[in-house]
Design a protein around this ligand. Structure first.
Ligand code: NA7
Length: 885
């Protein structure tokens, strides 16, 4: 290994030769010692060095440890293994390496993984560029010279153009917050910093604190040696049998058949592992089939078989609970003492929202007479003493205490270096309320700084080997490109970063993950911001995003070089993630545009798709009936809450462009509104175009509210407590009904909730052009609806375009919901503004990232739940302030 000071001759600096430097010379203006400094010599650091060398860039790696391996250097505790199969958890960048290295087990042990990494370091001659036993303590951006100045713990200063933290996600041990930590007179070990010579537990009384992965792997091994073992458990964890052994023949065959294709499949997969993706949710099959699939997953073992048994484990609480209970039953079946078994059963978080563990006889270990579990929820630790651990009830005496208490995950290692960016901004301060990154790779204020598998990237929710390679490739391709272009600095923009942070949170929020106090949420470290740290959108999807950023010429980045500056500002993902997934599925189905069908075909198509939808939540009662419309009888469907009545009544008008749909077509939304508002929802049909054109629909709508008002009591309602709501064309009907009722001294309407209403056919508002295509309701489809519904001359009539009414005063209070990617967005917003200007009490909810059809998709799109909740809340408020008669 050559030290920096020993380097001679010239080095490249972004393609420009500069004098090499050492010591003080590195402080010469603009002089860099190396192009890139890499911190960490684990999986990421090693591959980085290899790639940078290939680019002809000079690089220096600093590593605190005395050898390569990163987390696999430090985590040497007994039983330490990876929880991803080794066939997958290995490099793919070199076909020969991939071919020549054979793992001895399905899940390799820590020594085997470490020897693999040592082999890689030797095979690619990487050691010469790594400075071991050297920690980077501080890094400061020199804005004048556009370079980073680093200081190591041996007092060395290094200047570099680019600075890459390859420090891993789980490498900074969590400091112990347990009182009395320093007092213990016996042996203390941390699973994350295990002695190289190993630990002999023979004949000893041992206490283990923690029941995460490290504990669950080491406890069965420690139990074999120790005289007595006491495990202190704060939160029981789900653990699945690893079923370790040789690779399964099936897996080996799949990998060997076409290794390149196998690796590519992993890169485009959800978690970085090529597995079959289940197509159904757990509640879509019978209980028998569900249990069969769980049994199969249990017998195969491993994380992916279990989590992948159904496609909704991490988004649907009911589905998740079936698996959670299946595992709890397994625990009860294995552990003989019922009190211990029950204490080991996790109940405070859904399966998978804390990292599930893989074990080798973990639960069975508690059947051994010398192994005991202390349930800290019942008997918490008070202090560590000179001789052991005092809980509230018992003084435990130990010879050895093992801390398996985890890590300051994802951000801990990065901010443990004192990193200062532009204008003296410290990264630790910037991230105090939670990390803010663009793509999990870069952060505003810190030019030329990259974090491999940083917060906001798939990282710990994926096979790290795949995610590391992807990040390293992305960074190195970028550096090569910047070098060619003569760009000196790259930095994300505020807008891009804020958009990415939002997208990461949006994704987390449609899953169950935020429900657990996990290290994914930063919840294991006292005082750490509670923010979901990794990106849950999946490895393949994330890779496509990173590729798109480059295709769009570094969207969201500012690039600066001599005489050049480029900034393609923007946000890479703005749609709500579940909406984007739904649009992707629809696109893959290659459905015909509705407007290309005849009206009959379009109605049949909609009816068919509705049959395939889940119904939405249960209500107390559903009654179908008929009411007299303006000219003939029409259908209604009444949804009654389960709570005792009488209830206020809401007349609901369905969507469908005055052409499609019926009283039952918005069933899930009506059920949801009924449950959440505790009101009777009556979905009132109206005559449809083209058979019965304008003004048939609003005339029927008005007849509907008159009919309800006349018999509110017999319908189970509270007389005088009547509101209207509707979606799209139905919201248009609802808005017109309010105007008609005002003008005709009709029934008093307590309020109107208008979801993405049609309000004006005549104005060319920008949302029509912006969202003309791609978001289900296209501008051509809207034109098709209008053409069927109303002659051009009628469209300016306020009964067709309520925004054109001469007077909007004295109308009922309103909630108007508009969606960002909806051609109708601006006309809904204009109606809200016009109502406000007329003195009406209006709330306008602008739903970010939503499309015209997404809020009613109760059964599919969780991201719209808050808007549905707001609609129900508005209804409740209308009734709370209205006067019953
Ligand atoms: P984890 O999974 O964070 O587990 C740490 C365990 O230590 C967990 O059971 C914690 O309980 C427990 N803990 C932490 N602090 C305390 C205190 N003060 N008192 C009692 N118990 C405590 O870390 P691991 O090293 O096991 O695994 C990390 C990852 O590495 C793993 O997920 C795999 O991806 C590989 P808590 O749950 O916080 O109540």
């Amino acid at each position: 290994m050559k030290s920096l000071a020993e380097h001679e001759g010239t080095m490249t600096n972004g393609g420009i030769d500069v004098a090499n430097s050492n010591g003080n010379e590195s402080n010469l203006p603009g002089a860099t010692d190396v192009d890139v400094v890499v911190v960490g010599a684990g999986f990421a650091g090693l591959y980085l060095l290899h790639r940078l060398r290939g680019l002809g860039m000079s690089a220096q790696c600093f590593e605190t440890a005395a050898g390569v391996g990163g987390t696999w250097y430090w985590n040497r505790y007994p039983g330490a293994r990876c929880d991803v199969e080794s066939i997958d958890y290995s490099y793919s960048f070199d076909a020969e390496l991939d071919e020549e290295w054979r793992w001895s087990e399905r899940y390799a042990t820590q020594p085997e993984i470490l020897s693999y990494l040592e082999h890689v370091a030797g095979r690619f001659d990487l050691l010469q560029d790594i400075r071991f036993s050297t920690r980077v303590e501080a890094a400061t951006w020199d804005d004048e010279q556009s370079l980073w100045r680093l200081r190591t713990d041996v007092g060395e200063d290094v200047a570099c153009r680019h600075y890459v933290m390859a420090t891993g996600c789980l490498s900074q041990p969590k400091t112990s917050e347990i009182e009395g930590h320093g007092r213990f007179g016996g042996e203390i070990y941390f699973t994350s910093r295990w002695p190289h010579e190993g630990v002999d537990f023979s004949g000893k009384r041992v206490g283990v604190i923690g029941t995460g992965s490290s504990a669950i792997q080491s406890i069965p091994v420690i139990a074999k040696q120790s005289k007595e073992l006491t495990v202190f458990q704060r939160t029981p964890n789900f653990s699945i049998p690893a079923r370790n052994g040789p690779d399964t023949a099936e897996k080996r065959a799949a990998a060997d058949r076409d290794r390149a294709a196998y690796r590519e499949q992993a890169r485009r997969s959800r978690a970085g592992v090529p597995v079959e993706v289940a197509e159904s949710g757990a509640m879509m099959v019978s209980e028998e089939e569900r249990n069969e699939r769980f049994e199969k997953a249990w017998s195969v073992g491993g994380l992916f078989a279990t989590i992948g048994a159904f496609n909704d484990m991490l988004v649907n609480l009911t589905s998740n609970e079936t698996l959670a209970e299946f595992i709890r039953d397994k625990i009860r079946g294995i552990v003989k003492d019922p009190v211990t078994a029950e204490a080991l059963c996790p109940t405070n978080h859904p399966f998978g929202t804390k990292r599930p563990c893989l074990d080798d006889n973990y639960y069975d270990t508690y059947n051994q007479p010398h192994v005991k579990l202390v349930d800290l929820l019942k008997d918490p630790i008070q202090t560590i003493t000179e001789t052991g651990i005092d809980t509230a009830a018992v003084s435990h005496t130990f010879f050895t205490i093992v801390f398996a208490t985890g890590f300051d995950a994802m951000t801990g290692a990065i901010v443990s270096v004192d990193i200062t960016g532009r204008k003296g901004l410290r990264l630790a301060d910037k991230w105090a309320e939670g990390p803010k990154t663009y793509l999990g790779l870069t952060t505003v204020g810190f030019p030329n700084f990259f974090a491999i598998t940083g917060p906001g990237s798939p990282s710990v929710l994926s096979n790290m080997a795949v995610s590391i390679e992807q990040h390293v490739d992305w960074v190195c391709d970028l550096l090569g490109d910047l070098c060619k272009r003569g760009v000196d600095t790259i930095e994300p923009t505020e807008m891009a970063e804020a958009g990415w942070v939002q997208h990461v949170n949006d994704y987390a929020d449609i899953t169950l993950y935020p429900r657990a106090n996990s290290w994914y949420m930063g919840a294991n470290v006292p005082g750490k911001a509670r923010v979901f740290l990794p990106y849950v959108g999946g490895v393949g999807n994330y890779r496509a995003i990173c590729e798109e950023v480059v295709e769009k010429d570094y969207l969201g980045f500012t690039l600066d070089g001599e005489g050049q500056r480029q900034c393609n500002d923007g946000i890479i993902r703005r749609l709500q993630p579940d909406v984007a997934i739904m649009l992707g599925v629809m696109a893959s189905m290659d459905l015909p545009p509705l407007e290309s069908l005849s009206v009959g075909e379009a109605r049949a198509f909609i009816a068919e798709t509705q049959k395939q939808r889940a119904p939405g939540p249960d209500v107390g009662e559903i009654v179908d009936g008929q009411f007299p419309g303006a000219t003939r009888d029409l259908d209604y469907r009444l949804y009654r809450p389960a709570s005792p009545g009488p209830h206020p009544i809401v007349a609901y008008f369905h969507g469908g462009g005055w052409v499609l749909g019926g009283a039952a077509s918005d069933d899930p939304l009506c059920r949801d509104l009924c449950v959440q508002s505790d009101a009777i929802i009556i979905s009132m049909d109206y005559r449809h175009a083209p058979e019965e054109r304008f003004p048939a629909a609003p005339d029927d709508g008005y007849a509907a509210v008159q009919w309800i008002a006349d018999r509110a009591e017999s319908l189970g309602g509270v007389p005088g407590q009547l509101a209207v709501t509707g979606w799209s064309a139905g919201a248009n009907v609802a808005a017109v009904v309010c105007q008609t009722s005002r003008d005709s001294q009709g029934p008093a309407i307590a309020g109107q909730v208008l979801l993405t209403p049609v309000t004006d056919a005549t104005k060319a508002l920008s949302s029509k052009a912006e969202n003309a295509e791609g978001y289900v309701l296209t501008s051509t489809l809207m034109d098709w609806f209008w053409d069927h519904y109303a002659d051009p001359i009628d469209r300016a009539n306020p009964k067709a375009s309520p925004l054109r009414a001469a007077d909007l005063s004295e109308l009922p209070p309103a909630l108007v919901v508009t969606c960002e990617f909806d051609p109708l967005r601006d006309e809904g917003a204009a109606y809200a503004d016009a109502l406000t200007a007329a003195g009406v009490d209006v709330e306008h909810l602008s739903a970010r990232g939503q499309i015209h059809t997404s809020i009613p998709a109760v059964d599919m799109l969780r991201s719209g739940a808050y808007a549905r909740q707001a609609m129900a809340t508005a209804l409740k408020q209308f009734f709370a302030t209205s006067v019953s008669v």
